[in-house]
Design a protein around this ligand. Structure first.
Ligand code: TPP
Length: 382
């Protein structure tokens, strides 16, 4: 079920966790099958990453099993590219399905888990799931939660200045996403305030993926309001609450939310109910939680009911992805880790992409070098 509204009292439903009750326009069989393939690949990836961490091939696991329906829809709908005319993405650490739907190679996530030099997102420096890619306007994902909501204001202001009003369906927007518990932090409030300034409303899709938990704190003990999205309504913003476990609600909800933000150049707060299928992270055990709705199981029921894919075909798809990632893991297991002397690389931006310096010097010479004595106390023992 998908619902737009502009005031808290307009919520017609108290609970959106149930799936199957869908009044949205159905997706085509081709799109449903494509989403299924991507979601299964995303789940196989997360399960391989969990096994790698348990096997000592990584220090920590955190990821998005349970968010595949919503995140796959998001990745398919993004206007991918570099610069203001494309969408900017400020995501969080449960976004692997979004990346896969955008065309990322899952093997690169295995590389980040193992911290190899071949990891294209951080050169073997960051935790798994902390993606970044300039060519896709994908701003580095951070471990400190919620700061993406503050950073997103910057790209949204730049896009608003570039196209103040009367946008078209092709225009770039800023998309920011994080969990429910993090919305208790000030960055989220700052984001809402900046997004809704009268006369300078920002083209921002502000997403909260609500899995009902902040590590071990249940949402119902933390949030006094009915929906987190209602905070946007208090500032005059359009809001939407959807069942993120249902592929059709997720896709259609995101599609209409994006169309609004692109064409109106105004913000929208979208809250999506999702599941957390392997707990918070490896620190809480990363075991499958069978009391939560599994969006892939739900989609497979739908595919069977519509005669699109049998149970055997679904199992075969899963086995195919699991096998590919198992083999890829063996390949990554022998890839190099960064050498010690490379520890100072990637600490600062090596190019000034926006400053005066960048405008004056030829492209190939735009290299910023840290002063020779940047970190004397860390490099040498006194
Ligand atoms: C600034 C900051 N404070 C606290 C933490 C510790 N921390 C990591 S994840 C997390 C809970 C996040 O819950 P939520 O925002 O609902 O997202 P979820 O992980 O459930 O998707 C917390 C408190 C952190 N990483 N960063």
């Amino acid at each position: 079920m998908t619902q737009s509204h502009s005031s808290p009292s307009a919520h017609p439903f108290p609970v959106l966790r149930s799936t199957g009750v869908s009044s949205v326009e159905p997706l085509s069989p081709e799109l449903l099958l494509r989403m299924h393939e991507l979601m299964v690949e995303g789940r196989a990836l997360e399960e391989r990453l969990i096994r790698m961490q348990r096997g000592g091939e990584g220090y920590f696991w955190i990821g998005g099993p349970g968010e595949e329906a919503f995140n796959t829809a998001l990745g398919l709908l993004v206007h991918k590219g570099e610069g203001l005319d494309h969408d900017y993405l400020h995501l969080h650490y449960r976004s692997s399905a979004t990346l896969l739907a955008m065309g990322a190679d899952p093997v690169d996530a295995l590389r980040q888990m193992r911290n190899t030099v071949t990891d294209p997102y951080s050169g073997g420096r960051n935790f798994v799931g902390h993606y970044s890619r300039r060519a896709w306007n994908l701003v580095p994902i951070t471990s400190p939660i919620e700061i993406q909501y503050g950073q997103a204001i910057g790209t949204a202001v730049a896009q608003k200045r570039a196209r103040p009003s009367g946008g078209s369906d092709a225009d770039g927007i800023t998309i920011v996403q994080g969990g429910d518990a993090g919305t208790a932090e000030g960055d989220f409030a700052s984001c809402l305030i900046w997004a809704a300034r009268p006369g300078f409303e920002l083209p921002m899709l502000i997403i909260v993926t609500n899995n009902g938990w902040g590590i071990s704190t249940p949402e119902h003990e933390q949030q006094g309001g009915e929906h987190i999205a209602d905070r946007g309504a208090a500032l005059g913003m359009k809001t939407m609450v959807i069942d993120g476990n249902d592929v059709e609600s997720a896709y259609r909800g995101l599609e209409s939310a994006m169309r609004y933000v692109r064409t109106e150049r105004k913000p929208l707060v979208l809250e999506a109910y999702v599941s957390r299928l392997y707990g918070h992270s490896s620190s809480s055990g990363s075991n499958y939680v069978d009391s939560e709705i599994d969006c892939i199981v739900e989609l497979e029921k739908k595919l069977a009911a519509r005669g699109l894919r049998t149970g055997d075909e679904c199992r075969a798809a899963r086995e195919r992805h699991e096998h590919r990632l198992l083999e890829a893991g063996k390949m990554v297991a022998v890839e190099q880790r960064p050498p010690g002397e490379a520890v100072w690389e990637h600490v600062f931006a090596e190019r000034d992409h926006v400053g005066e310096h960048a405008r004056k010097v030829p492209h190939d010479n735009r290299v910023w070098r840290a002063p020779a004595c940047s970190f004397p106390t860390q490099k040498t023992k006194n």
